[in-house]
Design a protein around this ligand. Structure first.
Ligand SMILES: CC(C)(COP(=O)(O)OP(=O)(O)OC[C@H]1O[C@@H](n2cnc3c(N)ncnc32)[C@H](O)[C@@H]1OP(=O)(O)O)[C@@H](O)C(=O)NCCC(=O)NCCS
Length: 359
């Protein structure tokens, strides 16, 4: 249902003409700038590469709102993984309305269309989304549609210029007895897949808060799908794997992503050490190795000025990077998710709501 003065439609961005893809990307730039006014706008090529990508084994729906001039002023997109049976009910989503077009019912209308598009995907869909306390409108809106907080998160940022490289270098040489490190760049070789699958299970010990999310069971197909997606969007992915020398078993991992099209930021992704191997300083060793690999050595990342990571604020332990430059970027945020009804005028029932919001 359109809002007066606006046109709302479901689109597949990969099939839109270039000018319409760019119109969506311009909205994303505005939204990014609202969250991070202190840094440059996200470059168009980085956004367009994502809009034009086709993740494998993923169902998705994208709804846009345009004003009378054809400017894209609202967007809701999301989807679910088709090869992750344990979390087949989760639909990850994002919703954005241009600051000049708010409080006109656009987000409500976009959400309604999105829910309708998701009809039939799963008997008990849970919508997951993230909000940021830098845009306070998100929380009342999300609560209004029936979402409830699931897991507070916060974003930390390390300014690379302030890193104590000597200290990182020392940590990178910890070399705990009985373990070796494997550095993987872009694609996990077949010989290391079993070790990575085992190590990745460690992420299941990270807090899930009230999120209705089952443990992950990473598969080879999921690894290959992700590698393929990184290639499609032109992003780099580096994985550091700690392997138990005696058994060849994966003991832990940490991973980093970097998009040369947005050269100033490196993203620190997941880090985990599995239970039998905790207490050997593997987390610190791997993170220091990742930092020393990502900070000074990689020519592609030489222009990066910061490393950013998101973590749930429920956890109080950190595995390293105690740098003078480490700082929080945004307060812990409340979350969201909702089990929604597709009925056009009805808001989702609060009863089955679950959320998860972040930065
Ligand atoms: C949150 C957001 C999507 C809302 O978009 P919107 O088009 O203004 O929302 P709607 O007009 O449909 O608002 C519906 C209801 O939400 C609530 N709401 C929305 N913005 C609000 C605000 N700033 N303060 C209090 N309540 C608010 C109100 O109850 C509103 O109904 P009302 O206008 O009749 O009082 C928009 O502010 C936004 O894009 N924020 C940044 C991105 C984001 O945080 N997305 C949400 C996370 S998924």
């Amino acid at each position: 249902m359109d809002v007066a003065g606006y046109r709302i439609d479901r689109v597949d961005p990969t099939e839109l003409p270039e000018a319409e893809q760019e119109a969506i990307a311009r909205l994303w730039q505005v939204m990014g700038k609202e969250l991070l006014p202190e840094e440059p706008a996200r470059p168009m090529p980085a956004i367009l590469a994502r809009l034009r990508s086709k993740p494998k084994n993923q169902w998705s729906a994208r709804i846009r709102a345009r004003d009378a001039k054809g400017n894209v002023v609202g967007w809701m997109g999301g989807g679910r993984s088709l090869n992750e049976p344990e979390n087949a009910h989760l639909i990850w989503s994002e919703l954005q309305v241009h600051p000049d077009h708010r409080r006109k019912g656009l987000a409500t209308a976009l959400f309604r269309e999105f829910v309708e598009a998701c009809e039939g995907q799963h008997p008990s869909i849970v919508f997951m989304g993230m909000a940021n306390d830098r845009v306070p409108a998100a929380e009342p809106f999300l609560r209004g549609i029936g979402a409830t907080p699931g897991l507070p998160m916060k974003t930390n940022q390390l300014d690379i210029a302030t890193v104590d490289r000597k200290q990182i270098g020392e940590w990178a040489k910890l070399d705990p007895a009985g373990y070796r490190i494997e550095r993987i760049d872009g694609m996990v070789p077949d010989r290391l897949v079993p070790a990575y699958l085992a190590a990745s299970n460690g992420m299941n010990d990270a807090p899930k808060g009230d999120l209705k999310m089952a443990d992950w069971k990473l598969t080879v197909e999921q690894i290959r799908d992700r590698e393929n997606w990184f290639k499609q969007v032109g992003a780099e992915w580096w994985l550091i794997l700690a392997v138990n020398e005696a058994t060849g078993e994966g003991a832990g991992f940490t991973e980093v992503t970097y998009d040369p099209k947005q050269p100033w930021v490196i993203w620190q992704q997941g880090t985990a050490v599995i239970d039998p191997h905790r207490g050997h300083r593997l987390g610190l060793w791997m993170k220091a190795t990742a930092s020393s690999a990502s900070v000074p050595r990689r020519p592609s990342s030489a222009r990066a000025t910061r490393i950013r990571t998101r973590r749930c604020s429920a956890s109080t332990r950190s595995s390293g990077s105690r740098s003078r430059g480490s700082r929080r970027c945004g307060r812990p945020r409340s979350p969201t998710c909702a089990k929604a009804s597709a009925s056009p005028r009805k808001r989702p029932s609060r009863a089955n709501a679950t959320p998860a919001m972040t930065c």
